[in-house]
Write a protein of this length. Structure first.
Length: 292
């Protein structure tokens, strides 16, 4: 009698949950349990390999970065579906960037001049470094603004060509970054190369614009309030905020050290999904070797 009641209960629960009774009994069979045990053992091995890529160079990564890091650094090829399944199974979580409204700086004086958007979103124009992108980011230390980072990113390769960290947001933040670009020995200026930015006061300032011309670059600016015109730079800063450990820094020197390590990681070890799964430096060399 009890056996019939149990079967009726199983039948009812299977109908409610949309599971066949044969599937239910098969799930708890000795053979199925052994098969799941073997799969768990295999998954544990894969998890260990994925965690090596996940923690590589101390920067947490998503599934695509893990896939490229495994192939580039460990000569291991897993497909994205497998990586995502393991990450979900073992709760390997990558920080997800949140949308951040585009912020503009007020013009300081009437002498500042806006220039046209020459780049016009052609970020990956033919020829490395034809469309470089300039921008800055504020660091928060101990609940107060304590540092400012200015960078110049190669629009074609994603490589950080120059950067400068300062404790004051003066004109030096922008101009010193340009001077560091000029000193970069690996920087080979392409014909009609552009320096593109938003309409921040640093970039509309006469001193900055004079230095741009002196270095031999053309200047281009995003349209007002349109973050998409400077999308690669915005994306770079978004990833930087996720992948750096700024919150644990208590001094500007610690920030500078973290930035030095991150720029090296970004250029040499952070693979780019849409750039043939190469690092920025690898992709730069690839473009330079490619026929014109």
């Amino acid at each position: 009698m009890e056996t019939y009641q149990l079967k009726d209960r199983v039948k009812y629960l299977c109908e409610v949950s949309g599971v066949s009774r044969s599937g239910y009994y098969n799930y708890f069979s000795q053979e199925s349990q052994e098969r799941r045990k073997q799969q768990d053992e295999k998954d544990e091995i894969v998890k260990g390999v994925i965690l090596k890529a996940f923690h590589f160079k101390g920067r947490k990564k998503g599934a695509r970065q893990i896939k490229m890091t495994l192939a580039g650094q460990f000569n291991v090829v897993y497909n994205l579906k497998r990586i995502r399944r393991i990450m979900k199974k073992y709760h390997i979580i990558c920080p997800i960037r949140k949308a951040n409204p585009y912020r503009r700086m007020m013009k300081a004086t009437q002498e500042h001049r806006v220039v046209p958007n020459v780049l016009n979103r052609e970020f990956e124009a033919r020829g490395s470094r034809k469309g470089s992108l300039n921008g800055y980011y504020v660091f928060i230390l101990q609940q107060r603004a304590a540092g400012y980072l200015s960078t110049i990113i190669d629009g074609a390769t994603g490589e950080a060509l120059a950067y400068h960290v300062s404790d004051r947001i003066t004109m030096d933040v922008a101009t010193d970054t340009l001077l560091k670009l000029k000193k970069n020995r690996t920087f080979k200026k392409a014909k009609d190369a552009l320096i593109h930015s938003d309409q921040g006061t640093h970039y509309t300032h006469p001193d900055f614009q004079k230095l741009v011309k002196k270095i031999g670059l053309c200047q281009s600016m995003s349209r007002r309030g349109n973050c998409w015109d400077n999308a690669p730079q915005e994306s770079f800063f978004g990833h930087l905020k996720d992948e750096t450990s700024i919150k644990v820094c208590s001094t500007l020197d610690e920030v500078k050290k973290e930035m030095k390590q991150y720029m090296s990681y970004h250029n040499h070890y952070r693979y780019q999904w849409n750039r043939k799964k190469m690092t920025p430096v690898q992709y730069r060399d690839h473009l330079l070797k490619a026929p014109a």
